[in-house]
Write a protein that binds this ligand. Structure first.
Ligand code: ACM
Length: 534
């Protein structure tokens, strides 16, 4: 009964708050960076016609498809003359200082979107789609108040990482995620495809990586093999590209290699009691050939210039290197004094492989200590409790993506009462902390800001074993992530964001997502997880 009452109150509140402009803000997430309103109205109906002369017609197909799905209004995609058109898209080279930016003008008689690039036009269309989706829609007519938006992103890297080694979600769930990322103008999908519990990408030269290495997951070592074929990968890369999202693959090394080692134990460097078979063997020449062959196939599948090599937490399981005859021989030959020297040697060798494939290397923040040239690599700062590592990365001139555990790990709980998911020394990842990022970060040296490429949330999936938990841990926070990554500090306002979030949650409902409701948590109870409870 109580639940019904809360639900009723919530619905009333939602109805009252759904209007496209709220206290000087637009019902667009991420909030645009410049915005003014007029007093007239423009109506979109099925009679609306487009005019364009652009290279990438796919952005229109996506717009028309989503407009129909969210509002029921179906418009034709072909281009008509400017006089007959009500939505005009123009490529305008004079805006080229601003790669991903766009201008959106809603006048009494037409809507015009201008941008220097197709990506900018795509984002202009996403803003129009959001205004249309969230406006009151009466008998298939949308009334949009006149307005002018001049917009561009704060950061060029607006990312999300998904770990599919611990649990595998598959093509349809990933495509749905890419759709929502595009809707919120997120543009980098970092795909963690290999780790201890499962190897998830087909490599033709080494078929056992998937026939053996893809078996099992974090909570069930006997689960049937699940992985992406190369055809699946190509399909998803193309799907993302159509939505102006770049996919960056991660093949984690030299640690987190247990799944690969179960398939090809001859390249194992051993592990520890807690993490058996954790590493590749850096002492065997064959390991470098094997991993380079793998990267060759990866490089062909992903057009991104980046390949992520991991490089994290090697000390969890490199103990056997101390006694392994191949590693010992390498240390002697190369005059390596410590296991850290061996790790650095390995990273340099694999970085050279990445460069030989005309790609550049990305690594977790441990690689800052490997002295790889800053022109050859990019760093992801994840250890929020090691701010010095971030300072070091920026001082050494590495392009750096900020993805500290607090507040950007979506496997952390978002409410104290939640039972499955991580906390660290009592801390977890709430919406407000995420929204305030990165302005809340006092440690990024101001002078070195030019090296901060952007921000990224990371979804590790040990405790995310089904689609409900996937939605629950990701979607509400994804909305805040988008605004933190796009909107300039002076245009951010958490109270207003919360108002704009409510209709988004309603839209999530309509689209069948099991999101976390921060306003009425009892409406969306935490789905049961796996492993130990907090
Ligand atoms: C990490 O969380 N091990 C990058």
């Amino acid at each position: 009964m109580n639940m019904m009452k809360t639900f009723f109150q919530y619905t009333i509140f939602l109805l009252l708050t759904v209007c496209v402009y709220v206290n000087g803000y637009a019902q667009i997430i991420p909030q645009p960076n410049q915005l003014s309103f007029g007093k007239d109205t423009f109506i979109i109906s099925k009679k609306a016609r487009l005019n364009y002369n652009i290279a990438d017609k796919q952005i229109l197909e996506i717009f028309v498809e989503k407009l129909e799905a969210q509002t029921g209004i179906s418009i034709k995609t072909e281009s008509v003359s400017k006089q007959k058109a009500s939505i005009i898209l123009t490529e305008d080279a004079s805006l080229k200082s601003n790669n991903e930016g766009y201008e959106l003008q809603i006048s009494k008689n037409s809507i015009e979107i201008k941008a220097a690039t197709n990506t900018g036009l795509f984002y202009g269309l996403q803003s129009l789609l959001q205004l249309s989706t969230f406006s009151k829609n009466k008998s298939k007519k949308i009334a949009l108040p006149t307005a002018k938006i001049v917009d561009k992103p704060l950061y060029e890297w607006r990312g999300l990482m998904l770990d599919e080694s611990r649990h595998f979600f598959g093509k349809e769930k990933v495509k749905e995620l890419l759709d929502w990322m595009a809707f919120f103008k997120l543009n980098k999908f970092h795909w963690h495809l290999t780790d201890g519990p499962g190897w998830r990408i087909e490599i033709k030269k080494y078929p056992k990586l998937t026939s053996v290495g893809a078996k099992g997951n974090w909570h069930n070592p006997d689960a049937a093999p699940l992985f992406y074929t190369q055809a699946d990968i190509k399909e998803i890369v193309a799907y993302a590209a159509k939505r102006h999202i770049e996919i960056i693959p991660e093949i984690d090394m030299p640690g987190h290699a247990a799944a690969a080692n179960s398939a090809y134990p001859e390249f194992s460097g051993g592990g520890s009691k807690k993490y058996p078979d954790f590493t590749f063997n850096p002492g065997k020449e064959g390991t470098y050939q094997y991993l380079t062959d793998i990267l060759k196939e990866v490089a062909e599948l992903f057009p991104s210039k980046w390949i992520h090599l991991g490089g994290d937490e090697v000390h969890y399981g490199n103990h056997k290197w101390k006694t392994d005859s191949h590693v010992q021989a390498l240390m002697k030959k190369q005059n390596l004094k410590t296991l850290r020297d061996v790790e650095n040697y390995f990273l340099h060798r694999m970085k050279d492989s990445v460069l030989s494939l005309n790609k550049k290397m990305v690594g977790w923040d441990e690689i800052v200590d490997a002295n790889i040239a800053s022109e050859e690599s990019m760093v992801m700062w994840w250890r929020h409790d090691k701010p010095k590592q971030l300072k070091k990365a920026l001082n050494k001139g590495y392009e750096t993506v900020l993805c500290p555990r607090i507040p950007l790990y979506f496997d952390f709980v978002q409410m104290d009462a939640h039972k499955w998911g991580r906390k660290r020394r009592g801390e977890f990842c709430t919406l407000d902390k995420l929204y305030a990022f990165p302005n809340s970060l006092s440690i990024a040296p101001k002078r070195k800001k030019q090296f901060v490429k952007g921000i990224q949330a990371n979804v590790w999936t040990e405790r995310i074993q089904n689609e409900d938990r996937f939605d629950f841990m990701i979607y509400t926070r994804l909305v805040a992530l988008a605004e933190a990554a796009w909107t300039q500090e002076k245009n951010k306002n958490y109270e207003n964001f919360i108002i704009r979030l409510k209709p988004v949650l309603d839209l999530f409902d309509k689209n069948g997502l099991y999101y976390f409701n921060p306003f009425y948590p009892e409406l969306t109870p935490e789905p049961i997880g796996v492993g130990k409870q907090n």
